[in-house]
Design a binder for this molecule. Structure first.
Ligand code: DAH
Length: 462
């Protein structure tokens, strides 16, 4: 670490000084070193030592200030030359003053009011110049100690060396000038402190201000899966007709999945080639993964007296190998309406309403005879092809019609399983294939796309 005096022998570039505030910092370091020398000499009242200090720093053949001038001003980049110049010329005046405050007034030839006033005026000016160099609270603190410090502040020295030994006729004058100086110095120090604090507050505010024009952190929104969207579309349509949404178990008993739906023992759907049966402990009843949502027809009617109007969205399972139109798991929405006065017209009207709501007003429906064990009569609901408008295209295999879902009037045999009065009640049921309807709606040709979770595919439905 170079001492402060060493620093006067180096250029600002060598010292790493690039900003004016750093030059002012050098100023206060140098001032402290100089003052320490002066005050220890002044303590001993040794006039010779003071002269030596004067020579060494200010007026000798090669004083420190001259050396500093050569290194700090002459060799500096233009941007630093002005601050270095003003600091050094101020140091010159400031050092002279320090040497004066330790000497009595007679030695300064200030023995009349005018000379005294002039002297104090000069002190004030120098103080004013000191203080403008402070731009931080730390350097202002150094200046404060240098001026009003109890032990070696200039004010203390002025009190000791100018006021106390002053001739009685000059004392009131010196006292008054000193009080004014003190008040000025205290006031200015305080004002400067507040200015520096305000500036640093503003600086902090400016630094910490939010830049609202910066782009925010992108949090990509997910989207609803297309199957989920179809579920919700369908649910909305039936909710608007007064239906209730219910859910049921995916693990079922053969009774609910088959028997109670009038699907007899020998029916091919019950074959374990088609249905997932669960391994059950010996003695426990057989369990299977439901192959359709229809079991909830039974479970609902068992629990609830008519009228019934429900839809049952959910997953179903079959032993199919995955391909473009099959999967071992897919989705259905079961529908069931039972009441004392439901007719085939209600059934047809409901189906047509649903298809128009789901596929659009231009689509026409037709009912084609079909067979399901739990409905009689049973139908397949077809719609005019959404892709060609019924003219015939590749999707509808030139027929103009597309098969949508199976439905029918509830077979009276089913009421027998749930203790409903088949003579008094009637109703209809339908089973919507959600994956199939989604494929139709979005014209995709591979059901597997819905199960692969490839966001490049899914994001198209966002
Ligand atoms: N459960 C049948 C299946 O999965 C679909 C079905 C057809 C349900 C007609 C019904 C219906 O409610 O009436 O193939």
């Amino acid at each position: 670490m170079p001492t402060t005096l060493d620093k006067t022998r180096q250029t600002l570039a060598d010292l790493g000084v690039t900003r004016p505030e750093q030059v002012y910092q050098l100023f206060s370091e140098l001032r402290s070193v100089f003052e320490a020398e002066v005050f220890s000499a002044a303590e001993t009242q040794d006039g010779g030592k003071l002269l030596n200090i004067d020579d060494k720093w200010i007026s000798g053949s090669r004083p420190i200030l001259t050396e500093a001038w050569e290194n700090w001003v002459d060799q500096s980049p233009t941007a630093l030359q002005a601050p270095a110049k003003s600091v050094l010329s101020h140091l010159n005046r400031r050092f002279k003053l320090t040497l004066e405050v330790v000497r009595p007034l007679e030695r300064l030839n200030a023995l009349n009011p005018a000379a005294i006033a002039e002297l104090f005026e000069r002190v004030k000016e120098i103080f004013d110049r000191d203080i403008v160099l402070d731009s931080t609270l730390i350097s202002l603190g150094v200046t404060r100690v240098s001026w009003v410090g109890r032990k070696n502040g200039l004010i203390t020295w002025i009190t000791e060396r100018w006021l106390k030994p002053a001739k009685p006729e000059l004392k009131p004058l010196v006292g008054q000038a000193l009080n004014e100086l003190k008040a000025h110095v205290e006031g200015a120090l305080e004002a400067r402190r507040m200015a520096i604090e305000a500036a640093s507050d503003q600086g902090a505010l400016a630094r910490e201000r939010e830049d609202l024009s910066l782009p925010g952190v992108m949090r990509p929104l997910g989207s609803r899966h297309p199957l989920r969207q179809t579920f919700e579309d369908i649910e909305r349509i039936f909710l608007s007709l007064g239906y209730t949404v219910v859910a049921g178990p995916e693990i079922e008993t053969p009774y609910y999945n088959f028997e109670a739906l009038n699907i007899p023992e020998h029916h091919p759907a019950r074959d374990n080639m088609d249905t997932f049966y669960l391994a059950a402990p010996p003695g426990a009843g057989q369990r299977l993964l439901r192959t359709h949502t229809s079991p909830m027809q039974i479970r609902t009617m068992e629990k609830q007296a008519p009228p019934v109007r429900i839809i049952v969205p959910g997953k179903v399972y079959r032993r199919d190998n995955p391909d473009a139109t099959h999967n071992f798991m897919f989705h259905q929405i079961e529908g069931l309406a039972v009441d004392s006065d439901i007719t085939f017209c209600d059934f047809k009207g409901t189906v047509e309403y649903f298809v128009r709501e789901f596929l659009g007003p231009k689509v026409k429906t037709r009912l084609r005879p079909s067979y399901f064990p739990f409905t009689e009569p049973s139908v397949e609901v077809d719609a005019t092809c959404v892709f060609c408008g019924g003219k015939g295209c590749g999707v509808c295999k030139q027929s103009g019609w597309i098969e949508l879902f199976g439905a029918g009037m509830v077979d009276p045999a089913v009421y027998g399983f749930v203790n409903y009065d088949a003579k008094r009640l009637s109703g209809f049921a339908f089973g919507l294939g959600v994956d199939r309807l989604t494929q139709l709606k979005y014209n995709t040709n591979d059901i597997q796309l819905y199960f692969q979770n490839d966001v490049r595919f899914l994001r198209q439905f966002a």
